[in-house]
Ligand binder design. Structure first.
Ligand code: PLP
Length: 394
């Protein structure tokens, strides 16, 4: 009587969660100072003070219905207005609140969009490795298939020949994540313009739009003034899945949105289908309190100093020890080539020293490991000698 796929998903943890749970047990057994957990992307920087002030202000001054009651399924109009105004301010597009659907974070946004675009079980989505492992779960859960373009490990941009070969008549969308988890790389304007050209040509060939699904939880987490192009300005058939989990350090509050631009093909139907897919999964009315917080903080930006410090310390130290890493422009991850060429074995070696780093296989890159550096700097400093030992042992 039990659904087999869901039983499997609920029984087997993801590689990331597995390590995170192991880390908690080890910390309890050995003491927190003996465990160096770089597994999860759980922001270590506190939420900006504007967020805390907004929470206090709302709780003190608003009625219980406004704070804790249901909003419209797509989110309160006042919150959608603030989000629309914020996107319009940051870009050249003019966003209307009716193009915004507020969700429980990027995970819910992605599931709603995949649900909206999945016509039948032939529907395909394409991810570019390295990619967030949950894409497969979300896509398969909507009854569709995920295809993967292998990583272009020299610069972590896109292998366009492979991508072109994978696009077919059943391709509904390409998932783009920049700044990227796990590589920390940002797709250049040139890369995105080339992608747009290819998708336009393929859409003409197959006679239907191929959407870009832009997964953007790290949009504002960038270092060194690197440009993060806003993809709807480059390719009109883009749907944005945004989240405040990382940028405002609110992952447990579950808040984000889908933006379906009015200039995207079939935008009205698409927005309605996003709403329908969200409804069918029970994702209506994202947490009311945090809709109100976002209304007040839609232009608040994260403090990047601790992440920048950790990134510089890790990147410079590891490369000086002889590691090869993708130079990270954004997010809070370092994607490192396993010195023994095998991410699984290297992660296991590190685990034996209580250094928890995620094998790259689940991101589609077997020979890499991911180090999540959204941690206390002390953890990075104490783990550096262990990273040195590890490369010497390979
Ligand atoms: N997409 C990417 C690339 C992520 O790294 C994450 C979380 O780590 C998510 C989506 C899910 O984000 P949320 O917490 O907003 O659901």
């Amino acid at each position: 009587m039990i659904n087999k796929e869901n039983l499997k998903l609920g029984t087997e943890r993801s590689a990331i969660r597995e390590l995170f749970e192991y880390g908690k047990l080890q910390a309890e057994a050995l003491g927190d100072d003996k465990v160096f957990d770089f597994s999860l992307g759980n922001p270590s920087t506190p939420a900006p003070k504007e967020v805390d002030e907004a929470i206090i202000d709302i709780i003190k001054n608003d009625s219980s219905v406004l704070v804790h009651g249901y909003t419209s399924a797509q989110g309160a109009l006042s919150a959608r207005k603030a989000i629309a105004a914020s996107i319009s301010k940051q870009s050249s597009v003019n966003v209307n609140p009716d193009e915004i659907y507020i969700t429980c974070g990027a995970a819910a946004s992605l599931c709603a969009v995949f649900g909206a675009l999945s016509k039948n079980d032939d529907t395909e989505f394409i991810a570019i490795a390295p990619y967030f492992p949950e894409y497969k779960v979300f896509v398969n859960g909507r009854g569709a298939k995920l295809k993967v373009v292998p990583a272009k490990t020299d610069d972590f941009q896109i292998d366009f020949d492979c991508l072109s070969n994978l696009i077919g008549k059943n391709t509904a969308g390409i998932i783009i994540n920049s700044p990227n988890n796990p590589s920390g790389r940002v797709y250049t304007r040139e890369t995105l313009e080339r992608l747009a050209e290819i998708l336009e040509a393929k859409a003409n060939e197959f006679g239907h739009p191929i959407y870009i699904i832009s997964d953007e939880p790290y949009r504002e987490l960038v270092y060194n003034n690197i440009e993060v192009p806003f993809i709807p300005e480059i390719y009109k058939n883009t749907i944005v899945c945004y989240s405040y989990s990382k940028t405002l350090s609110l992952p447990g509050e579950r808040i984000g949105y889908v933006y379906v631009p009015s200039f995207a093909m079939n935008s009205a139907g698409l927005y309605a289908a996003v709403a329908g897919a969200a409804r069918s999964m029970g994702y209506v009315c994202a947490p009311s309190l945090f809709q109100r917080v976002i209304e007040k903080c839609s232009n608040t930006r994260p403090n990047l100093e601790d992440y920048r410090h950790n990134r510089d310390l890790l990147y410079h130290s590891l490369t000086s020890f002889g590691y090869e890493c993708a130079s990270p422009d954004g997010a809070f991850y370092l994607f490192v080539k396993a010195p023994n060429g095998d991410g699984d074995r290297f992660s296991e070696m590190a685990k034996n020293k209580n250094v928890l780093i995620v094998p790259g296989a689940s991101f589609g890159c077997k020979e890499f490991v991911r180090i999540s550096y959204c941690v206390d700097t002390k953890k990075v400093e104490c783990a550096l000698p262990l990273f040195k030992e590890l490369i010497e042992e390979c």
